[in-house]
Design a protein around this ligand. Structure first.
Ligand code: ADA
Length: 558
């Protein structure tokens, strides 16, 4: 199954898992109820009998294999318990990050793999709460099963940087030795025509070893937004001169800095013209087929946008691959939207948030398109307790990757009270003049700037991370009332031109690219139970505002 847009292994073999799984819904005592067949990846809401199902279900499949294997899930919504032959072998919380299960010393033969999935809002869940987007259920992203030997490469992390006008990279690889003996290995890493290596390294028994070094790549070409040059990074693990395992990833050479009030990409100032995007597409829900993802990319590019914010959770890696290929900057965000202090004091909040950040960065660090790590959209950044949560999360991000700026989207109600602006590299605010209130956009912007200039955010780049207005596709009227396509077009014109013509700002990320379904408790103010602020609707039909924003984005060519 393709988990990425390119081949990830030549040596490591895949154990075939065809996409149709047996599926049962479960009752509260976990007894099997209705029986279905279910496609993986997919969300169960795509099945006409389960369009609003919130609860538990079990996926099962018989697989023939033996010895050691890795079962990799790119995303299960929302909690997953994994069983092999009825014995639990894995557990994961969070729909939006990858996890894997290591299966060791399995006798060769047919085995039963089962995944119990739960998308209900239960008391153990701090981040997965009813929200202004829909929380789908199922094995919603690809799954792959791989044969592994006694040693395997867990991951290779690549962080490019420039020194004396030359491209360099700090590369670190985690290699596992599952055997009871010490092993001597070499790890070779080929990037384009250049090869670097970690030669003659010792792997202690039953342990994971971290190999780290910095290397120069004097012949590398830069990854730019106009020419997003990607290199395959091919890592091979050699034991007794034989390649025993490999991982192929894709990287690019570029750097990003927040410099004074500017965001610099390879040293050049970039103005952000972006869109917020939920993973939601009509009947496919969050399990968007690659063809539809690519259509989104084409529509976003044609809009003249150069940025996507993955509001409010890490995205399917195939979408990030498409952004890499198309030179579209990505603000990747860990999972959390609009939590109040009580929710942030939930006993599992810290662990679930930190796990999500770790998994997001560990798995996505090599994507050159990611230029900001974001956290905690519109949470309580205006209290001391909230500040301690933001500080802890940023500290973790910086310890995992200090090469990218960090940010969070604060909200209009925190203008005057936000306590966290000193913690970020880029200050970002979500504001809704001309939608939730009728203040002229320029007045809203000057109130915001006055506040930011008197806080720890002063002198940093300032981004408008959300702004927009609702429109119901096809609702047209000469009276320009709210919810009409005309009104949305009118509001976005003022919003986007005011921001892009303001030299103090680093750009705008429109809320939002496409309409999305919302959880049932959110019907109020959400006609059709959708957040209707999309430039396109859930079927990607363009509203009037799409072509207007396209004109504006194309006319600001900085
Ligand atoms: C917030 C939030 C979004 C969405 C938006 C809106 O800013 O971050 O998720 O709910 O408001 O549509 O009101």
């Amino acid at each position: 199954m393709n988990t990425r847009l390119f081949q990830n292994h030549i040596v490591r073999k895949e154990i075939p898992l065809d996409p149709m799984w047996d599926f049962h819904t479960l009752d509260s005592e976990e007894k099997k109820q209705e029986e279905f067949k279910m496609l993986v990846p997919g969300c169960w809401e795509s099945n006409p009998r389960l369009v609003s199902y919130k609860g538990k279900a079990v996926y099962s499949k018989k697989v023939t294999f033996g010895a050691n294997a890795r079962l990799v899930f790119k995303g299960v919504s929302h909690t997953a318990h994994v069983y092999l032959d009825k014995k639990q072998v894995g557990y994961h919380y969070n729909a939006y990050t990858e996890f894997s299960v290591l299966l060791q010393d399995i006798p060769y033969g047919e085995h039963l793999v089962e995944v119990k999935v739960d998308n209900s809002f239960h008391e153990e869940s701090a981040l997965h709460v009813s929200n202004d987007y829909y929380s789908y259920g199922g094995i919603t992203r690809p799954v792959v099963m791989e044969e592994i030997g006694e040693m395997f490469i867990k991951n290779v992390r690549f962080i490019p940087y420039r020194e004396n006008e030359k491209w360099c990279a700090s590369i670190s690889a985690s290699v596992s030795n599952l055997s009871n003996e010490q092993k001597n290995i070499t790890l070779k890493i080929k990037i384009g025509d250049e090869e670097v290596s970690f030669a003659d390294k010792v792997l202690p028994p039953n342990a994971e070893t971290l190999l780290e070094n910095t290397f120069e790549f004097p012949f590398a070409a830069a990854y730019t937004l106009q020419n997003p040059k990607l290199y395959m990074m091919d890592a091979s693990l050699l034991y007794n001169d034989k390649v025993v395992d490999d991982i192929i990833d894709r990287v690019g050479f570029r750097d990003i800095k927040a410099d004074g009030k500017d965001i610099l990409f390879n040293g050049e100032k970039v103005i952000i013209k972006g869109v917020n995007r939920h993973e939601d597409y009509a009947e496919f829900g969050c399990a968007i087929p690659i063809e539809a993802m690519y259509r989104d990319i084409e529509l976003i590019k044609s809009l003249g946008a150069n940025c996507v914010r993955t509001s409010h959770y890490p995205n399917d890696e195939r979408f990030l691959d498409l952004c890499d290929e198309n030179g579209i900057l990505v603000w990747e965000e860990s999972h959390a939207r609009g939590l109040n202090e009580e929710q942030m004091r939930h006993k599992n909040f810290e662990k679930q948030s930190l796990d999500c950040i770790k998994e997001m960065i560990e798995n996505h660090i090599n994507h050159p398109s990611i230029f900001i790590w974001g956290i905690l959209n519109e949470c309580v950044s205006n209290t001391e307790f909230g500040r301690s949560c933001y500080a802890r999360q940023f500290e973790l991000i910086k310890s995992l990757d200090s090469s990218r700026p960090v940010s969070f989207a604060s909200l209009e109600a925190h203008i005057g009270s936000d306590l966290c602006l000193d913690l970020v590299d880029i200050v970002s605010f979500n504001i809704y003049p001309r939608w939730y209130h009728d203040t002229p956009v320029k007045d809203s912007l000057s109130t915001l700037k006055n506040f930011v200039n008197n806080t720890g955010g002063a002198g940093k780049p300032l981004l408008i991370s959300e702004i927009g207005a609702g429109a119901i596709y096809g609702f047209r009227s000469n009276n320009q009332e709210k919810w009409t396509e005309e009104y949305q077009q009118h509001a976005l014109t003022e919003q986007v031109t005011s921001i892009l013509s303001d030299e103090d700002l680093s750009g705008v990320i429109i809320w939002q690219y496409a309409d999305c379904r919302v959880d049932s408790g959110w019907f109020h103010g959400r006609p059709k139970s959708q957040n209707n602020k999309g430039l396109v609707d859930i079927y990607r039909r363009e509203k009037l505002a799409y072509s207007k924003v396209k004109d504006i984005f194309h006319s600001y060519q900085k």
